[in-house]
Design a binder for this molecule. Structure first.
Ligand code: UQ1
Length: 438
């Protein structure tokens, strides 16, 4: 049995040879998009419009699609998780075929993907857009704490737990509030500190700040990777009297004693145990197993190997990658995907016409760093931490307009334009609001 399943997976032998033959189907398509999140949905929309009906297949197991950038505001009590959710059916393009299943293996040499249910999908071109997932198991005690309503432990990094962050912040009566940042690549590297700033603001409003100590323990040696914004954020930290411990990583949680154990990245034997009343965890993250275990197409860390400018796979020219699962050294944010989707569209079209990809992704990423319930630092930058701002003011300044853009404008752009393939980042906004910028 096992042998036959392996054969099926490895060489994409068709259904007659497969173990659960009766239920298996074979599909073939011009373009297979693996993943129906921000990147997958956007790319599928673009190509479903360009190609004949059902030439595009989207492989996505989830019936729901979330606008994750709002999870921070869910954690802060400004939005409900229901406002971040739409059915996958309603956001995936009508003209594409949705196979509701997960990828189990990609065979880049034979141009086919096997699904968890044993279906085989043949493709001419493939876009991998599977994102990253939370690796709860890496921190003993984390999952059981998240699942326990009274633990005081929560995370804005999951649809099922982000409302619990608000519950914990709202019910907080003073004591130790700790916020963490893990020792893996993560999506939205600003969110772990944004939620600390919002919590601190709420504690002040609720008159519990004076009996509260707020601590941010980050794996990184700096508060933020782009110097211009790091300087501004250090002032925020100072004003809010938040204790920041650098190179400090959550190792383990003991929910029974409400204790969290941290280690120092410079000397892993140096451990520190901290008691908490509220613990917000940014979990370690990883790419899905079917991807990270496929050494043909990933780097040592398990991320899809693509050219950081063209987004084309480094070994397989009919394969592209977009979003959080690729090894491009940009900040993993929705704004990055907006820019990437234009580059990928143009380059994949070139590949389909047997030409070389020529568009280049500049590493654009944006991070609206909420610093209170009405202020935000709107960081925008390209590769190598070079600021690249859209608005006609110094975006390192905390501003109300950036807060309302984050809360109301970006979700609107996302649902109505980006997912439909019509939004490529703020260049057009820049041309309107800042027409004389270089
Ligand atoms: C953006 O375009 C975008 O996409 C919808 C976001 O969503 C998450 C953002 O957070 C940001 C910052 C941008 C950039 C847009 C402007 C107008 C600066």
């Amino acid at each position: 049995m096992n042998f036959i399943r392996k054969l099926t997976v490895r060489s994409c032998v068709y259904r007659n040879f497969s173990v659960s033959a009766a239920n298996n189907a074979n599909y073939s398509c011009k373009l297979l998009v693996v993943g129906g999140g921000s990147g997958g949905c956007t790319i599928a929309a673009k190509f479903a419009r360009r190609l004949k009906k059902d030439s595009v297949i989207v492989l996505e197991p989830s019936s729901e699609h979330y606008y994750q950038p709002l999870f921070t505001l869910v954690g802060a009590g400004v939005k409900r998780v229901a406002q971040t959710r739409r059915s996958a059916q309603s956001v995936l393009p009508q003209n594409a075929k949705w196979v509701q299943d997960a990828a189990a293996s990609v065979n880049a040499r034979d141009n086919c993907v096997t699904t968890a249910q044993g279906h085989v999908i043949k493709y001419e071109y493939i876009v991998i857009a599977v994102g990253v997932e939370n690796d709860y198991a890496k921190v003993p005690g984390l999952l059981e704490s998240l699942q326990d309503e009274r633990s005081g432990v929560s995370s804005i990094y999951a649809a099922e737990y982000c409302e619990n962050t608000w519950r914990d912040i709202k019910n907080f009566k003073g004591g130790e509030a700790i916020f963490t940042y893990p020792d893996t690549l993560i999506k939205c590297p600003g969110a772990p500190q944004k939620i600390a700033y919002l919590a601190e603001s709420y504690f002040t409003k609720a008159n519990v700040r004076s009996k509260t100590s707020v601590t941010y323990n980050t794996c990184l040696p700096v508060i933020f990777g782009v110097k211009k914004y790091a300087e501004a954020l250090l002032k925020v930290v100072e004003r809010k009297k938040i204790n920041v411990n650098y190179k400090t990583v959550l190792k383990e949680i003991h929910p029974d004693r409400r204790e969290a154990v941290f280690f120092n990245t410079a000397d892993k034997t140096k451990e520190m145990t901290m008691r908490y009343d509220l613990l917000h965890v940014t979990p370690p993250m990883k790419t899905p197993e079917f991807l990270s275990s496929n050494k043909d197409i990933v780097d040592a860390a398990g991320y899809l190997c693509v050219d950081k400018y063209t987004l084309q796979h480094t070994k397989f020219p009919n394969m592209y990658g977009i979003g959080d699962c690729t090894n491009t050294p940009n900040s993993k944010t929705a704004a990055a995907i907006a820019k990437q989707c234009y580059v990928l569209e143009q380059n994949l079209l070139s590949s389909m016409q047997s030409a070389e990809p020529s568009q280049k992704y500049d590493g654009y990423g944006a991070c609206p760093l909420l610093t209170s319930y009405n202020t935000c630092i709107l960081a925008e930058f390209v590769y190598d931490g070079v600021p690249h701002e859209t608005m006609p003011y110094d975006q390192a300044r905390e501003s109300a307009i950036a807060y309302y853009m984050k809360r109301d404008l970006f979700p609107f752009l996302y649902w109505h334009f980006m997912l439909k393939g019509y939004y490529h980042g703020p260049e057009f906004v820049r041309n309107i609001v800042n027409p004389f910028a270089k």
